[in-house]
Every structure is written in C-alpha cells, then in structure tokens.
Design a protein around this ligand. Structure first.
Ligand SMILES: Nc1nc2c(ncn2[C@@H]2O[C@H](COP(=O)(O)OP(=O)(O)OP(=O)(O)O)[C@@H](O)[C@H]2O)c(=O)[nH]1
Ligand SMILES: [Mg+2]
Length: 321
C-alpha cells in the first residue's frame, strides 16, 4: 500500500479512520524515521483520554475483563481504545491472537480500536512505544484507552507509569497472593480485581490481598484506599462495579491534583526515554569509532578513570563532534 503523507494520516486519524490509526501505530512499532513528524503533528490535537492500565499474571483474565470493560464504556457512549502490549515478544499478533478472539465482539464497532503491539527488542521498549500509541488513540477521539500488559518482570511497573489508573488482576488458586508480593504489584494497583470469582478460593484471595495491602489499617484522610472488586469477567459480572471503582479513582485524582501530577511524570519519563535512547544510539555508533577505543585503552592502562572517560564520551556526543 502506498503510504499517505504524515499530515494526511494524522488528519484521517483525527477523523477516527481506523486504517490511519493502525498505520500510525505501525510507524511507532517499526520505529519509523517519520515518527518525529507524526508526534509534532499529534501534539496540538491531544484530548487527554483517560488511560487505564490492566495488568496481572498470564491467564488471570485481563483480555476478558478488558472486553467486558469495553462493553460497559460503550454502553455509556464512550469511545474506547485498547492497546494490548506484549513485552515478551518481538512480534505483535502471535501471543496476542487469543486476545483478538476474546475481543472479537468489538471488531465491527466503529467506536472501538483494538491494537496489539510488541515491544521486545525495541531500544526504548514499552516506555518508549506505549505513550506514543496512546497519543494516537487519544487524537482518534478515544475517551478511554485501556492498556493491557501481561505482568512479567518489570512490565507491570512500566505500565503503571503509563497509566492514569492501574488495575491489577488476580485469580484464585494461582498462588497469586505470594507472587503479587514478590512482583511488587502491591505498590502499583489503584484498583484490584479478583477475577474468576466463580471459582473456589476467590474470597480467600480477596482476604489475603486485603491483608497484604494493609487495607485494614488506618490511613490519612484523603488517601486513596485501593478497592478490591470480585468479578466473573467471562459473564460480565462485576464489570459495572469495576467501572465505578475506576471512575471513583479518577475523580479522587482530579480532586487531589494527582492526575495532573501523574501526567507530568509520564511526560517527563517519555522525554527522558527518548533522550536516553538517542544518546545510547549515538554512543553505540561510537563503538566503531576510535574515540571509545582510545578511551578504553587509557582506562585499561590506568591513565584515566572510567568516570572521567565517560564524561569525555558524553561531552563528545552531546557536542556532536
Ligand atoms: N472461570 C472463569 N474463567 C475465566 C474468567 N475470565 C476469563 N476466564 C478464562 O480464563 C482464560 C484466560 O483469559 P484471558 O482473558 O485470555 O486472560 P489474560 O490474562 O488476558 O491472558 P494472557 O493475555 O495470556 O496473559 C480464558 O480461557 C478465559 O475464558 C472468569 O471470570 N471465570
Ligand atoms: Mg490477554
């Protein structure tokens, strides 16, 4: 397909044309040299969509829950974007095929955009790609953008940094309680969902979670107390309560200036990631260069300490010499 120019693509995305939205996200995924132009065109068009991060261990029901959430938001007349980020795969589509099937009921709805995205092997990874894709969906008119990431390693912490509200899913009988404590998800959740409440052990999981979160303890007035909602996502049970919890958190953030603060932090992180990625790419170029080799030789010979050598290297890179 011959590519439209960037201003045309952005204008079509702004009108909500799905092909243009998909094309722009592909440019992000592919690290296109045209991204700079894309981001410059998108910046003044931002609407400030509400970004919900959905994370949890493999198979807890993230996609099923996301699909149920999409239905609920659609009933409320909202336009919704879904970004399924796979941090473990360099290919989108593969591992996320199941997601497409689980969300297929929304495939023909013009008020819903569903997009998978792979970030492994990408220099800046999730932190680099997700905010840009969110921006595309925002400009396309989404009121809500749901970002689903499977919780492996650092990814759930990374996704929490991208979202306004982070929703952590657990399911009974997966040993999730202990895993949760290990993975540090207890610090990142704004809303907790114990899914598969049709299975035995849901109450125990909720109790254990409640205990681990210290929800029984006193908090300062005005502090956010993460709610725990039980759901059977496969039947859409509890979804309205999840939406209520999300909206409550959003209202609390607005009231306490937390939303603005989180968005500032997100933008700062994004700028930093782009800058560091660019810097690293330029230092990488220097590997074939005599400069790094010469510095390394002097470090080995004990003529220069590694900090001083790094200072010289960074100075050279930023001066563009
Ligand atoms: N019993 C029961 N099964 C559920 C429920 N919600 C989801 N499932 C099933 O659990 C399986 C995994 O659901 P997904 O929504 O794909 O889970 P996921 O967290 O997105 O999985 P990954 O993206 O692979 O990490 C599917 O077979 C679902 O049908 C539920 O409430 N109860
Ligand atoms: Mg999934």
């Amino acid at each position: 397909m011959a590519d439209a120019d960037v201003p045309t693509l952005v204008e079509q995305a702004r009108q909500g044309r799905p092909r243009a939205v998909a094309r722009l996200i592909s440019l992000i995924e592919g690290d296109s040299p045209r991204l700079r132009e894309v981001m410059a065109a998108l910046a003044p068009l931002a609407q400030g969509a509400y970004v919900v991060g959905v994370t949890g261990s493999p198979g807890v029901g993230k996609s099923t829950s996301t699909s149920a959430l999409v239905s609920a938001y659609r009933r409320a007349g909202k336009r919704v974007g879904v970004l399924a980020v796979d941090p473990s795969s360099p290919f989108s589509g593969g591992a996320l095929l199941g997601d497409r099937i689980r969300m297929s009921e929304h495939a023909s709805d013009p008020g819903v955009y569903i997009r998978s995205m792979a970030t492994r092997g990408h220099l800046g990874g999730l932190a680099w790609a997700a905010p840009q894709a969110i921006r595309v969906l925002d400009v396309a008119g989404c009121d809500v953008v749901i970002v689903e990431t499977v919780g492996v390693g650092q990814s759930e912490v990374e996704i929490a940094a991208q979202a306004d509200t982070t929703m952590v899913l657990l399911a009974p009988g997966m040993g999730d309680g202990i895993q949760a404590a290990k993975a540090g998800i207890l610090e990142i959740g704004d809303v907790y969902v114990v899914n598969k409440a049709d299975r035995e052990g849901a109450d125990a999981t909720a109790r254990e979670l409640n205990h681990m979160l210290g929800l029984g303890e006193a908090r300062a007035p005005g502090d956010w107390r993460p709610p725990i909602v039980k759901t059977v996502a496969a039947r859409g049970e509890g979804t309205d309560e999840v939406v209520q919890a999300l909206e409550k958190h959003r209202a609390w953030m607005e009231e306490h200036g937390v939303l603005a603060e989180r968005r500032m932090r997100r933008a700062a992180g994004e700028v930093e990631t782009i800058a560091v990625t660019a810097l690293r790419a330029r230092i990488g170029d220097l590997h074939g260069d005599r400069r790094l080799g010469a510095l390394a030789e002097r470090v080995v010979a004990g003529e220069l300490d590694p900090y001083a050598a790094a200072d010289e290297l960074v100075a050279g890179v930023t001066e563009g010499t």
